[in-house]
Design a protein around this ligand. Structure first.
Ligand SMILES: C[S@@+](CC[C@H](N)C(=O)[O-])C[C@H]1O[C@@H](n2cnc3c(N)ncnc32)[C@H](O)[C@@H]1O
Length: 383
């Protein structure tokens, strides 16, 4: 992808690379830190990748043992994203004025870029990790920035003396709302599922609302996407009077050293009035490609967007929703068969002839769930 010169120059000034693989990253990290640190970090990253040791506080403390080490880790995991963010920050000049509050700023990589690009702004970075905040201060000093302030604080208890014109969160939500989202299902009927995310995100959205001026803007780029959580995040903001700027919202894909990852881009403003579902549908419709079959987030979008009523069949083990089936009729008169589990979603459009086979498939899959062990719930929703 093409990045603005300012983005590449910033990366160069910090000696940050767009790493192509783990070996290159670890070799570079070795140059900037030492053997013991590289081993400790590699072990921690491995155990996190295997789903163990997901203690984020420990990870961010380790990451921020030194500024150069922390920047190097950010480059490995976020340089692909940073290219998009950098471009977005430059393109979004109309939003960057006055005070910018960067939530979960970590070592200040993005906060300092904003401060450098918009010297007339005052950028306040907040993070609960003191080591990260000290690194952010050191980074600002290294770059000769006079318009930053970094504060060690929990954003849920934080109050700016003078409210911000812009609040940003770049990949913050996953960590900042980790406790609140614990146990919230990643599948399930969209209204109920996103309602649960809305509740989980509400305390953070309220904290942001309390720190934002009337007419102020929220810009967030998060790993909660159209698959789950993004709509709930926009709903939590809207509950605080911060409503989406529909045409600025988007889906984003960025590469890190291990894979290409999806992100949601939210632009929202206090005291405007578009609805989250309007923004969600606008974004989804723009990239949606219809066909006989659709997968991923597009499958669920099509199910709701292209029907009037949906009949769901949910399979639970205890309290946990494992598998979800749905049937509906599309606005064009086709039969829709939807299926989701924790790993995938797909939707099939069938004509009258193929419907017989799809119904048989549906019955066969459902019969695999023994009624003594699994709970089956059937219900309809208006879409
Ligand atoms: C993924 S990092 C953010 C990356 C950073 N925004 C960037 O663009 O480079 C998430 C950060 O959120 C911070 N964090 C988690 N919970 C927080 C809270 N309650 N208040 C403030 N910061 C928090 C963590 O310490 C961590 O530095």
């Amino acid at each position: 992808m093409q990045t603005y010169e300012q983005v590449d120059n910033y990366m160069k000034a910090l000696d940050l690379k767009y790493y192509k693989g783990t070996n290159e990253f670890l070799a570079n990290l070795m140059l900037k830190t030492d053997k013991g640190y590289v081993k400790e970090l590699a072990d921690t990253l491995n155990s996190r990748a295997q789903g163990q040791n997901s203690d984020n506080e420990y990870f961010y403390k380790l990451k921020n043992r030194t500024l150069d080490g922390s920047l190097c880790v950010s480059a490995a995991f976020d340089s692909g994203l940073f290219r998009h963010l950098g471009n977005m920050i430059i393109d979004g000049k109309e939003y960057f004025h006055g005070t910018v509050l960067d939530i979960g700023c970590d070592c200040g990589l993005v906060s300092c870029f904003i401060a450098q690009q918009y010297p007339e702004c005052k950028v306040v970075g907040v993070d609960k990790n003191e080591a990260a905040v000290n690194n952010a201060k050191e980074l600002a000093e290294r770059l000769g920035l006079a318009n930053t302030e970094f504060v060690t604080a929990d954003i849920y208890d934080f109050n700016l003396d003078e409210k911000a014109d812009v609040a940003t969160s770049f990949r913050g939500l996953l960590d900042i709302a980790q406790r609140q989202t614990s146990g919230v299902s990643v599948i399930g009927e969209r209204g109920a599922r996103e309602g649960a995310y809305q509740q989980a995100f509400l305390p953070l959205a309220t904290a942001i609302g309390n720190n934002l001026k009337d007419g102020g803007t929220v810009i967030s780029v998060e790993r909660y996407t159209a698959m789950y959580g993004w709509l709930g995040w926009m709903q939590a903001l809207a509950q605080n009077g911060i409503c989406p700027l529909v045409e600025q919202c988007a889906r984003m894909v960025a590469q890190d050293i291990s894979s290409a990852k999806d992100y949601s881009v939210t632009f929202a403003q206090k005291n405007c009035n578009a609805s989250p579902i309007e923004a969600y549908n606008y974004v989804m419709e723009k990239t949606f490609k219809s066909g006989a079959g659709v997968s991923g987030a597009d499958a669920e979008f099509a199910l709701y967007f292209d029907s009037d009523e949906i009949e769901f069949t949910d399979v639970y083990k205890g309290e946990k929703l494992l598998h979800q089936f749905a049937k509906a009729v599309s606005k064009g008169g086709k039969y829709m068969f939807y299926e989701a589990d924790l790993d995938y979603r797909k939707l099939k459009y069938c004509n009258e002839k193929k419907k017989i086979k799809a119904d048989e498939d549906f019955d066969r899959k459902l019969a695999l769930y023994n009624k003594d062990e699994f709970k089956i719930k059937v219900y309809s929703v208006k879409s």
